[in-house]
Design a protein around this ligand. Structure first.
Ligand code: RIB
Length: 301
């Protein structure tokens, strides 16, 4: 039996406006029509894993407002188990992201966390059957830091495989990182982890991997694909180029990568193959609008 993907993370509603160019500080730009998509890094990763055929449990929180049902239904429609998602009882709103997408497909995102701030540190204990070896636990930085840290420690204690997507960027203590199996930053997030900008050539990534110590390092490089630095291999870095695609919207590409990687690991794919699977899925995801619009489904074999 394959394990589950258990995602602890944010559930947002995305308010999206297309613009010719992203505004600079102090600048106002006129955009297109407001479009509402379902989003949140955690929820997007759960959907990406489900579309790759994984058995997925979502742990997070929504508000007691009119956005909550849509957010939960969208997950349930993808086959994600939302039975343990907390519904806020105190009037807190569902997490909301304000997103501008440029004609080049680049984005700017501001998140109002709302109910995502109410996820409890001991949330992994609510999973039934209990988390165990074979399960892949995925967490990102859109829930409070004490939740992220406790989930990593609890998941490691249960002998699950622990994936940390440190997005948005913030530092992580080496004591916590030591319990992570695979850390998946982009270039900015890698700089926050290491404490300095990191050149994304083989030498730079090998050095960054040594500096991070324990976990395998998988760096997403946008249209260039991804790089994998195995821990303890004396600096071996493998590069996985992405196919060329027509970019519509890069929102959620990193989430697609993480969800697809998690799903591949539950199938027992070796890490190199799992990273390649994730690169292909993330490339396809940018060809559709919205965080989940281009997320691919894995053909049933
Ligand atoms: O990674 C993309 C996601 O970031 C969006 O869906 C938005 O909700 C923010 O969480």
């Amino acid at each position: 039996m394959t394990g589950r993907v258990i995602v602890v993370g944010s559930i947002n509603v995305d308010l999206v406006v297309a613009v010719d160019e992203l505004p600079g500080p102090g600048e106002t730009v006129i955009g297109g029509e407001l479009v509402v998509h379902q989003g949140g890094k955690g929820a997007n990763q759960a959907v990406a894993a489900a579309r790759q055929g994984a058995d997925v449990v979502m742990l997070g929180a929504v508000g007691g407002d009119d956005l909550a049902d849509g957010a939960l239904d969208a997950l349930a429609d993808e086959g994600v188990d939302v039975s343990r998602v907390l519904v806020s009882a105190d009037g807190t709103r569902t997490g909301t992201a304000l997103i501008a997408v440029s004609s080049e497909g680049e984005n700017q995102i501001i998140v109002a966390p709302g109910a995502n701030g109410q996820v409890l540190p001991e949330v992994l204990e609510t999973v039934d059957p209990a988390v165990g070896p074979g399960d892949v636990v995925v967490v990102q930085h859109e829930v409070p830091v004490d939740v992220v840290e406790r989930v990593i420690l609890d998941a490691a204690a249960c002998e699950a495989t622990v994936l940390l997507n440190p997005a948005p960027a913030r530092a992580v203590s080496s004591a916590v990182l030591a319990h992570v199996d695979v850390v998946i930053p982009n270039e900015h997030e890698l700089a926050a982890l290491v404490g300095r900008p990191v050149p994304t050539d083989r030498d730079g990534l090998a050095e960054a991997s040594q500096a991070l110590g324990g976990p395998m390092l998988v760096v997403t490089l946008g249209s260039r694909g991804a790089a994998l630095a195995m821990s303890g291999t004396g600096g071996d870095v493998n590069l996985f180029p992405a196919p060329e695609v027509e970019v519509v919207d890069t929102t959620g590409a990193g989430d697609t990568f993480v969800g697809a990687l998690a799903a591949a690991l539950t199938r027992g794919e070796p890490i190199e193959r799992a990273v390649d699977t994730a690169v292909q899925a993330a490339a396809i995801s940018v060809t559709g609008a919205g965080a989940r619009g281009g997320m691919p489904r894995r053909p049933r074999t």
